[in-house]
Write a protein that binds this ligand. Structure first.
Ligand SMILES: Cc1cc2nc3c(=O)[nH]c(=O)nc-3n(C[C@H](O)[C@H](O)[C@H](O)COP(=O)(O)OP(=O)(O)OC[C@H]3O[C@@H](n4cnc5c(N)ncnc54)[C@H](O)[C@@H]3O)c2cc1C
Length: 472
C-alpha cells in the first residue's frame, strides 16, 4: 500500500513499460531488505528502467511529483544506503537492466559500461581482451559497477590500483531534475575546470543516478604469486609490507592481515578450507605480487622477500602457492572471513582506516579497550593492512546472549571510532556512510565540512529527493 497519488504511479509504470516495474510485495522483497538484515524497508514501487532515457523519464516524473528515490545496484552495500526507509512512499530505482557493455577501446585501454553491469562481468569482459579491470571485492559476483562507483568501493587490490574512484575516467549521470549529464569522456588528462564526476563517485546515490561509466583497463599481469606467512606480530607485518614493496619494486597487489581467530572461524565453518601452516601462530599475512612476464622472475622476488623477512625475524613461517589451485585456496581462507563470523554469533562491525604506520597501535589499543568493556569478547581485526584499512569486529563471548552483546554496539563503536580518529583515521574506509553511519559521522567531521556537503547536496538536489536520509 502507498500514499502516493495513483496518477503518478501510473505515469511511472508507463515510462518503463510492463517489464520495468514491480509492485507485488513478494517480488519487491529482495529490493527492500539489505544484506546484513539490519534494515527492512517498504516502497511504493520498484522501477527497473532499461535505458538511460527511461531512468531520466522516471526521475523527471519523481521530481515533478516530489517522490523520493532510492537508487539500487546489486544491493550488497553494508551500510543500508541502497534500501528504502520504512514509510513506504519512496520508489526504488534498480539499475540492473542497464547491463550492456557499450564499448571497448583497446588502444585507449578503456571500457564503457552501463551502471547495472555486474562487477565480475566487467572483469570478464576485460579478461577476454587480455586486459585487467582490477577492482576486486568479495561481492563481485552480484554487486554492480554503478554501486561500486557510488560507494567508491575498495577491496583487495587497492594497494596497487587504488579505489574505484581511481579507475574511472568518465560518467553519465541522470541528475535530480531528470536531465542527463554526458560526461562519458575517456581522457587521462582533462583540466577544464571542476572534476564533476568525482562528486557522484562515493555519493551513495544522494546527488544523482550514475547510468554509465568509462573505466580504465590495465595490462593483464603475466605472473601472479601468492604467499601466506605467519608474522611475529602486527608491527612485524607492517615492517614486512615496506620490505616487500622495496624488494619487489612496488609489485605488491594485496597485503591482507589474518589473525588466528579468523583462521579458526573459517576452518570451523567453511567447508574445504585448510590451515596452510602446520603450527598455530597468532598473526598471518596473505601477500600477493603481480606483474611482468610469466618467466618465473616474480617467484624469485617473492622468495627473496620471504627470505629477508625470515632473516630479520619478521616472519616465523610461511608458504608460497605452487599452483593456481593453491593460490585460490589461500584466497578462499581470506575471502571467507566475513561469512565465517556469522555462526559465531553477534559481532560489532567496523570498517576503519588509519595511516599504515598507526595500524599496530590501533589494533593493540582497540583490543585492550574492548576487552575491558566486555570481558570474554573476542576481538577480530583483519583485512587490508596495506591500505591502512582494518575490519575491527569484536565477536561476542562464547556462549553469551547475542542480543545483549549487540546492545553494546553504540559504546563499542564510539570507542573504536574515537580511537581511529585520534590516530588520524576514518570511521568508514570503504563501505560508505549510508544510513548506518549518517549520524555517527557528525561526531567526527567538522561542522564546516558537514555544511559544505549539505550545500553541495542542496545545489544538485534542491528538492531533497535523491536517496534522502542517507549520508547526510
Ligand atoms: C560479501 C561482501 C563482501 C564485500 N567486500 C567489500 C570490499 O572488500 N570492499 C568494499 O568496498 N565493499 C565491499 N562490500 C560492500 C559492497 O559490496 C560494496 O559497497 C559495493 O560497491 C556495492 O555495490 P552494489 O551494486 O551492491 O550497490 P548497492 O548496495 O545496491 O548500493 C550501494 C549504494 O550506492 C547507491 N547506488 C547504487 N547504484 C547506484 C547508481 N547507479 N547511481 C547512484 N547511486 C547508486 C545506493 O543507493 C546505495 O547508497 C562487500 C559486501 C559483501 C556482501
Amino acid at each position: 500500500m502507498t500514499n502516493l497519488a495513483p496518477g503518478l504511479l501510473e505515469r511511472l509504470k508507463a515510462a518503463v513499460g510492463p517489464k520495468g516495474w514491480i509492485a507485488e510485495p513478494d517480488a519487491m522483497a529482495p529490493y527492500l531488505n539489505e544484506y546484513r538484515d539490519l534494515y527492512h524497508g517498504r516502497a511504493a514501487l520498484v522501477l527497473r528502467p532499461a535505458t538511460t532515457a527511461e531512468v531520466a523519464a522516471v526521475v523527471k516524473i519523481c521530481a515533478e511529483g516530489g517522490i523520493r528515490i532510492v537508487p539500487q545496484g546489486g544491493n550488497t552495500g553494508l551500510v543500508g544506503g541502497g534500501v528504502p526507509f520504512e514509510g513506504g512512499d519512496e520508489v526504488v530505482i534498480s539499475l540492473s537492466r542497464l547491463n550492456r557493455v557499450r564499448a571497448i577501446d583497446l588502444q585507449n585501454d578503456t571500457i564503457t559500461v552501463e551502471a547495472g553491469v555486474v562487477l565480475a562481468a566487467v572483469q570478464a569482459a576485460a579478461d577476454e581482451h587480455t586486459r585487467l579491470f582490477p577492482l576486486r571485492i568479495g561481492s563481485e559476483g552480484s554487486c554492480q559497477i554503478g554501486g561500486n562507483l557510488s560507494t567508491n568501493a575498495g577491496g583487495t587490490a587497492v594497494l596497487h590500483y587504488g579505489n574505484a574512484r581511481e579507475l574511472v575516467l568518465g560518467l553519465e549521470v541522470v541528475l535530480a531534475d531528470g536531465s542527463v549529464w554526458d560526461g562519458l569522456r575517456g581522457l587521462r588528462k582533462d583540466n577544464t575546470g571542476y572534476d564533476l564526476k568525482q562528486l557522484f563517485i562515493g555519493a551513495e546515490g544522494t546527488l544523482g543516478i550514475i547510468t554509465a561509466a568509462v573505466l580504465k583497463l590495465f595490462p593483464k599481469p603475466g605472473d601472479v604469486q601468492v604467499g601466506f606467512v605467519a608474522v611475529r606480530d602486527v608491527p612485524a607485518a607492517v615492517e614486512l609490507l615496506g620490505l616487500a614493496q622495496a624488494e619487489s619494486g612496488g609489485r605488491v597487489t594485496s597485503f591482507e592481515l589474518m589473525p588466528r581467530l579468523a583462521i579458526d572461524f573459517v576452518r570451523r565453518h567453511i567447508p574445504d578450507t585448510v590451515d596452510p601452516l602446520p603450527t598455530r601462530y597468532n598473526w598471518h599475512v596473505l601477500i600477493e605480487l603481480s606483474g611482468g612476464r610469466a618467466d618465473g622472475g616474480l617467484r624469485r622476488t617473492l622468495e627473496n622477500v620471504l627470505g629477508l623477512g625470515l632473516e630479520k625475524g619478521l616472519i616465523v613461517d610461511g608458504v608460497i602457492a605452487e599452483s593456481e589451485a593453491q593460490a585460490a585456496a589461500l584466497w578462499k581462507l581470506r575471502d571467507s572471513v566475513s561469512e565465517a563470523q556469522k555462526p559465531e554469533g553477534g559481532s560489532i562491525k567496523h570498517d576503519i582506516s588509519v595511516p599504515v604506520s598507526r595500524i599496530a597501535e590501533f589494533i593493540a589499543r582497540a583490543s585492550t579497550a574492548v576487552e575491558a568493556m566486555i570481558p570474554g569478547v573476542r576481538p577480530l581485526a583483519f583485512g587490508h593492512l596495506g591500505d591502512g584499512n582494518i575490519h575491527f569486529n569484536p565477536c561476542q563471548p562464547e556462549g553469551a546472549d547475542k542480543q545483549a552483546f549487540l546492545d553494546r554496539w553504540e559504546p563499542v563503536s564510539h570507542m573504536v571510532h574515537d580511537l581511529a580518529v585520534e590516530l588520524g583515521g576514518s570511521i568508514s574506509a570503504e563501505h560508505g556512510l549510508g544510513r548506518l553511519k549518517r549520524d555517527e559521522i557528525t561526531r567526527y567531521k567538522s561542522p564546516l565540512e558537514i555544511d559544505l556537503m549539505r550545500r553541495i547536496k542542496a545545489v544538485l538536489d534542491p528538492k531533497g529527493l535523491m536517496n534522502p536520509g542517507k549520508v547526510i
